[in-house]
Design a protein around this ligand. Sequence first.
Ligand code: GLU
Length: 502
Amino acid sequence: MPKQVRVRFAPSPTGPLHIGGVRTALFNYLFAKKHGGVFYLRIEDTDQNRFVPGAEEYIIEALNWLGIPFDEGIGKEGGFGPYRQSERKAIYSAYADELINSGWAYYAFDTPEALDELRKQDEAEGKTFIYNHTNREKLDTSLVLSKEEVQKRIDAGEHYVIRFKTPVGETLHLKDIIRGDIKFETNLLDDKVLFKSDGMPTYHLANIVDDHLMETTHVIRGEEWLPSLPLHELLYKAFGWEAPQFAHLPLILKPVGNGKLSKRDGDKLGFPVFPLEWKNPDGTTSSGYRENGFLPEAVINFLALLGWNSGTDQELFTLDELVQLFDLERVHKAGAKFDPEKNKWFNHQYFGRQNNEVLAKELSHVLLEKGINKPVEYITEVVGLVKERATFASELWDLSDYFFQAPASYDEKAVKNWKPETAELMEQLITVLNNTLDFSSANVETTVKAWMEENSIGMGKVMQPLRLSLVGAMKGPHLFDIIALIGKEETIARIRKAMETL
Ligand code: GLU
């Protein structure tokens, strides 16, 4: 039986989740769901210096808001916990020891000061210091000390780290689902630190041990981790474990130029790069999609297409459709440009599809602030008429104010639609409206059009000044829908006001 698919999102809680991280989480989610597998969250917090309070809660809240919750993780035990690496501290040292015993790792006693000195010396000669096979036997390591000597120094509490002993002169044949076959020379690698004397593993060791223990079948992560792939494959080999399959997602690029979209770009360029708002330690705020009025469905749809396509022209996908269609083979290698306008376009598409009752609540808040009191049924009908024109809830008031108050002024450019003969026509129209009993949109439309036809009055002659009177500008939905909603009395009052003013 094939193994159950298990994929993880493994962020380090060093701040708010960047939109690139959200895309990684989403692709993992889609892959897991497509294969009936498990999407789990692991918090990689072994680097206590970079730990930021609140970041973990933020990540969880963001995934929930986006509608891509994890199946297993903090607070959702699935038999593989704990899911915070800081709580798994006791697990890792035995694995570091195992590598020492099998000759895949060694102790290095060089102090940070000694290494600094070596770095400086190399720099002075125009070289870059690398800790690797060329010098490891000349440095202060267990490779050149007796077992007893090593033990004595550890027992004496000397500073040490455990480094990976990269094999010399091997060509690695690596496989990436997105990038295909990759060849890599081990001689180009440095001997990375796996474990520190404070008892904490580094990212590399903890990540491999946990992916193994948590039975991860596929590692889907950002391209920035591709340089770690050779070491990770070697670590699996060193432990004698079967490696998961790897897929490195393309970078997300700035809207202009070729640089990577950074955490700082968002507010600088005028769009959010974080799912939720985040309060920075310096008191400033980084804006979030949620607080900016984006809908989670729109953010998901937009992100799904950053680096992936379905192979068709379809652009709008529900989460379920994405699950059905998603496929790592269709993820591109090339970086994906972040297009803030497209992002808004998606929101516009989803905004208009929302339920009128839900939108009425949004508009009600604004009305309340303005002291406008209208029945909820009325507000619901209004949003039903204008929602297709909006991208964000914050635009609803500007798109619908004339449903709640007569225009205070008339759009300058539109005023030219009021001609010398208009007042006379409007007077006649008022009589027609007064005589109309059934004030439904359809009936008023039929009645007014019949009157115009009988009297050979051109459409524009009536409709344009009428719109100007009711709305104050040449905008808005179907005019007779507006008339029916604001009612006979208000319609006539607004026409009279326009006649007096214009
Ligand atoms: N903790 C790493 C990060 O912050 C995880 C990288 C990986 O998925 O292996 O992105």
